[in-house]
Structure formats: structure tokens, C-alpha cells
Design a protein around this ligand. Structure first.
Ligand code: NAD
Length: 486
């Protein structure tokens, strides 16, 4: 595990329990968005590596399909122990490689440990049922079986936690995995693979492929030995995967765009604090971020002023520095898209109430100040698309019908929040929103690992549910066995 940030670490592919060089000759580097240092020198996997990884995963699946749930739970517990023992250095590595403040990275690492422990717990609790029949000579029971090899493809915004949301349930339920992390946080994936190696679980259950080309993900998704896909990432790539993998099992966790809704009965101080938390935590690079905020007219001015005051409290700086509450954007794309959404809103009549520019004298050009925009027009991309950067775009609304219509202008349906001291109104509104999650009076980022999480049907936010038990159910299939008593 990284001790000094000045040394570039080198790693290969983790296949069948061993670190192996790629069959290709290309390598790629991972650079810190916070310091510009080269952190990792990694292998670019090619088709032959993909075939190798699937062969190892298939063989491991066949060898261990019959393992007891208690044994699989023990594997998860051992990985959790290894990760827990390295919590601090892994969190520092997340901070420097992804860019989030150390406190947030520690939260992510702790949550990843818990994720493996929860998966162990759910594996021991996965049950079938007896089914009553007309035929009194029959005894019918059901049980859940693992499916085979899962291709798992993960993004960079929570480079440890999101993989664990799939790997824990996959291992716990008896599936095996070929995993490809986002190229820009592939070093974190290597650290987790090292924990898995140190946990001495049977070889081939988790295989890691690194690479910077989208072709690697495409090859995995289309692979004949991939029985299922677990993907968290953008809606564009998710839609492509849904088409390619039309015949495979899928959990697709895609983009989100709130909304956060501030009703006229809201506690404005609370609404401003929690909206700022939702907009700027992880630099706004969260699928549950408050990208857009719909606020009712009678409290609009007070809310915008309170939100600007909260944004002014955000301390942008090096993610490992004490006191920093927001690090750099992870990529140039995030930085530029955030700027484009601000510029477009301003051209459409919005006003910039706070921030929004570059941070002078920062170590890299990826640091920007948190932005608050008011009077954002409804047709602006900030309302319709996902900004996924440090922007709180406030839109003026009035009444439930207007709120629902404005909410529906975006095709996303992931996490949302409502601020109101009137629970009857808030609950009725929540029950009409087309979102997988609605949080009342807290940040739209609120989520604990065991809660079901995913996109609403018909939205661009994906299909299937995370949430440990939900993921175990999604990655297993019910089999019924009927016994005839003569
Ligand atoms: P992305 O879609 O660009 O990349 C995600 C992963 O897919 C990466 O590993 C990438 O290398 C790989 N990939 C890229 N092209 C591919 C292809 N054609 N076929 C297969 N794999 C391919 O997303 P990102 O920028 O890394 O992550 C940000 C997105 O993830 C945002 O839209 C965010 O909302 C979403 N997200 C969703 C959730 C959720 O739970 N719903 C959680 C976190 C992030």
C-alpha cells in the first residue's frame, strides 16, 4: 500500500489468484487530480487477458458453486478484515487518486469494510420457501442459486465503495467476477485486489482487469461467459450495455439529477445546509447529488441567500489537508461540463450568486469554487441533464403540479430530497415523484448500504437495485424442486 506519493507503483492484472502481465504490451498511468503526480503504472488488458480472466472465473464458479453460505460469508469477513487493517492508507490513496477530502475517503473505506460484512450476513440469511400444492403427494421447495460469472464495471467517483456493492454480494451468493474499474482510479482497485489476495479466498473468484480503453469494457460485456453484468456509470454507456447484453442478467446503476425540492413550509436553514452538502460533497460528483434545486417562490430569496452563505463556507483545497471540505474535480471533463452548464444558464437569464470560477494558485487546474446559480431557466441543461460537478442550480417553482412537471423535464429518476415541515404534503409529493429514493429533510446523498437503491422504471437511471440483500437477490435465481412422495 502506498506510503509515499512520490513513488509510482507498478501492478499487473489479477487473474486466477495471481498477478500476471498483460498479453499486450501497452501500459497506462494513473495521475492524481490533486497534485498531478503519476501514482500508478498499470497493465492495459487485451482480449486474450479477458478470455483468461473469464476462464479463471468460470473454473472457480464450477469449483465452488456448492460451497456453503457460511464458507462464502467467511471469505467476505476475511476480505473485510484485510481492508480494515489498511483503512487509513487506503483512504489516503482514495483521497489522492480520486480527489475527495480525507474525511470523506475514510467514510468510503469504512463503508466498504461494512459492505463485505453485510454481504456475509445476508449470505447466511438467504432462504427459500416451501410452496403449498394441490397435489398432496408433492413437496415443493425453492432455493436461490448463483448464476455464474459476472462482468462488473465501475466508475471513479466512489472507487472503493461502488465495487464492493457488487463484489460483496457476488462472492457471498456464489457467483464469480471479472472486474474492470474506471481507468483513472484503477490504483484503488489494485489495493482492493491486494486485500482479496491477502484474505486467501479461493483463486479465480475475483479477477481484476485494468485498462484505459472503452473497448475492454465492451469486450467484457459481450463475452459469452459473462452471465450477468453489474454496471455503475453514465446513462450513455449503460444504454449501450443494455443493448449489447440484452440476453444477460443486468444491474445497471446510472446517472441521476435529483431533484432537491424546497417547499414553502421548509426549515430554510436546514434546507440550505443539506442542499449544500448534497451539491458539494465529493465535489458534486455523486449520482445522488443536488444538481438542481426546485424552490418555491415565497421562500426563494431567503433560501438562495442561505445557500450562498453555505457555499461560502466550503473550503476548497488539497484533499489531504486538514480543513479541506472540497477537493479538485476528478477530470477535465467534469470541470468543463460544470462551466458549460453555468455559462448556458447565465446566457438563459440565470444569475451567479456565488463562486463558479477557477481556484487561483491551486496545484492543478482541476480545482474550482462551488457555484450557486439562481433563476435557472427550466430548459437549461442544469435542469435536464446531470452536471456531476460542484454546482447548485436553483429553479423557481410554485405548487405541486409545477414541481412535478419541472422534475419530469429530466429523464433521470434516482435520488431526490424534499424539505418541508409539513409531512403530509411532503409524503404525498414523495409518493408521486418518479425516483428510486426520496429523502425528507436531509441531503439527497443520504444512503446506507443495506437500503435498496436504484433508478425508477422508465427513467435513464438504470434497472435493478443495490442494497446488499437486493443485490444478492438480483445476482441469484430461484429454483424450485418438486418431490413426489409415492
Ligand atoms: P462512465 O460511464 O464513463 O464509466 C463507467 C465505467 O464504464 C468505467 O469503468 C469505464 O471505463 C467503463 N466504460 C466506458 N465506456 C464503456 C463501454 N462502451 N462499454 C463498457 N464499459 C465502458 O461513467 P463515469 O464517468 O466513470 O461515472 C460517472 C457516472 O456514473 C455518472 O453518470 C454517475 O451518475 C454515475 N453513477 C451512478 C451511480 C448509481 O448508483 N446509480 C453511482 C455512482 C455513479
Amino acid at each position: 500500500t502506498r506510503v509515499s506519493n512520490a513513488v509510482t507503483e507498478v501492478a499487473d492484472l489479477f487473474i486466477g489468484g495471481k498477478w500476471r502481465p498483460s498479453f499486450g504490451t501497452d501500459r497506462f498511468t494513473v495521475t492524481s487530480p490533486a497534485t498531478g503526480e503519476v501514482l500508478w503504472d498499470l497493465a492495459e488488458a487485451v482480449d486474450a487477458d479477458v478470455n483468461n480472466a473469464f476462464a479463471a472465473a468460470q473454473a472457480a464458479f464450477e469449483r465452488h458453486e456448492g460451497a456453503s453460505p457460511y464458507e462464502r460469508a467467511e471469505w467476505c469477513e476475511r476480505i473485510a478484515d484485510q481492508l480494515e487493517a489498511r483503512l487509513e492508507p487506503v483512504a489516503r490513496a482514495i483521497s489522492i487518486e480520486q480527489g475527495k477530502p480525507l474525511a470523506e475517503a475514510l467514510g468510503e473505506a469504512g463503508s466498504a469494510v461494512e459492505g463485505f460484512r453485510l454481504a456475509a450476513q445476508e449470505a447466511r440469511a438467504l432462504r427459500g420457501e416451501m410452496i403449498p400444492t394441490h397435489d398432496t403427494r408433492k413437496r415443493v421447495f425453492t432455493h436461490r442459486r448463483p448464476c455464474g460469472v459476472y462482468a462488473i464495471i465501475t466508475p471513479w467517483n466512489f472507487p472503493l465503495n461502488i465495487p464492493v456493492e457488487y463484489l460483496g454480494p457476488a462472492i457471498a451468493s456464489g457467483n464469480t467476477v471479472v472486474w474492470k474499474p474506471a481507468p483513472t482510479t484503477a490504483g484503488i482497485a489494485v489495493l482492493l485486489a491486494r486485500c482479496i489476495e491477502a484474505a486467501e479466498i479461493p483463486p479465480g473468484i475475483v479477477n481484476l482487469l485494468t485498462g484505459r480503453l472503452p473497448e475492454l469494457g465492451r469486450t467484457m460485456v459481450a463475452h459469452r461467459q459473462a452471465i450477468g453484468i453489474g454496471f455503475t456509470g453514465s446513462s450513455t454507456v449503460g444504454a449501450e450495455i443494455a443493448r449489447t447484453a440484452y440476453d444477460k442478467r443486468k444491474i445497471l446503476e446510472l446517472g441521476g439529477n435529483g431533484p432537491v425540492i424546497v417547499l414553502r413550509e421548509a426549515d430554510i436553514t436546514l434546507a440550505a445546509q443539506q442542499s449544500a452538502a448534497a451539491a458539494f460533497a465529493n465535489g458534486g460528483q455523486s449520482c445522488a447529488a443536488a444538481g438542481r434545486i426546485l424552490c418555491e417562490s415565497s421562500v426563494y430569496d431567503d433560501f438562495v441567500a442561505a445557500l450562498a452563505a453555505e457555499a461560502a463556507r466550503v473550503v476548497v483545497g488539497p484533499p489531504l489537508a486538514a480543513g479541506t471540505t472540497m477537493g479538485p474535480c476528478h477530470t477535465r471533463d467534469v470541470y468543463d461540463r460544470t462551466q458549460a452548464h453555468i455559462d448556458e444558464s447565465l446566457a438563459g437569464g440565470a444569475t451567479l450568486v456565488f463562486g463558479g470560477g477557477p481556484v487561483p494558485e491551486a496545484a492543478t487546474l482541476l480545482f474550482r469554487s462551488p457555484a450557486v446559480l439562481a433563476e435557472v431557466p427550466r430548459q437549461a441543461r442544469a435542469n435536464i441533464e446531470e452536471t456531476f460537478g460542484p454546482l447548485a442550480a436553483v429553479i423557481r417553482v410554485d405548487g405541486d403540479a409545477d414541481i412535478l412537471a419541472t422534475a419530469a423535464m429530466s429523464r433521470f429518476g434516482l435520488s431526490s430530497a424534499i424539505f418541508s415541515e409539513s409531512y403530509p404534503r411532503a409524503i404525498r409529493l414523495a409518493e408521486r415523484l418518479k425516483n428510486g429514493q426520496v429523502v425528507l429533510n436531509d441531503t439527497s446523498n443520504f444512503w446506507e448500504l443495506h437500503m435498496p437503491f436504484g433508478g425508477w422504471p422508465g427513467s435513464d437511471s438504470g434497472t435493478g437495485r443495490l442494497g446488499v440483500r437486493e443485490t444478492l437477490l438480483g445476482m441469484t435465481e430461484v429454483q424450485s424442486i418438486s418431490m413426489h412422495l409415492r
